[in-house]
Design a protein around this ligand. Structure first.
Ligand code: ZN
Length: 135
């Protein structure tokens, strides 16, 4: 499905599901930089890190993914998240079933608020929860 990202706010949220739309929306939130910025950060993002895993019903939607550096479980922030699940849950980087990622805030780096605890939405938007420090 070809989606015009500039018009994404006008689209039905039910259309904004799938790898080909969720990845660019997540990547665009911080212009391709890693949003997580864990202690292992490599700065430039390269992967969509699912907050609620697909095996737990997590969808390919913008609010369910963080644009993260690293390679899978191995290195960078994607690796840090997988290897530090308790801290990752505290930061909203992992959202266990049955919680809805849209209603669980996450502590990330954002274009508008800097390092802040925010709620993510399906259109690639960010809404401030509270400013805070990493757990
Ligand atoms: Zn990173």
């Amino acid at each position: 499905m070809a989606v015009d990202l500039a018009a994404v706010d006008e689209l039905d949220p039910d259309l904004l599901i799938g790898r080909e739309i969720a990845r660019p929306l997540a990547r665009g939130r911080l212009d391709g930089w890693c949003e997580v910025q864990s202690p292992w950060c490599q700065r430039r993002g390269r992967e969509f890190s699912h907050r609620r895993h697909a095996s737990q019903g997590g969808l390919w939607v913008a609010e369910n993914g963080l644009w993260a550096c690293g390679h899978g479980n191995l290195d960078g922030c994607h690796g840090w998240i997988h290897q530090h699940p308790d801290d990752a849950k505290d930061n909203g980087w992992i959202v266990p079933w049955p919680n809805d990622p849209a209603t669980v805030s996450t502590l990330i780096h954002t274009a508008n608020y800097g390092h802040a605890r925010v709620f993510l939405d399906r259109s690639g938007g960010v809404r401030l929860d509270q400013v805070g420090d990493a757990a």
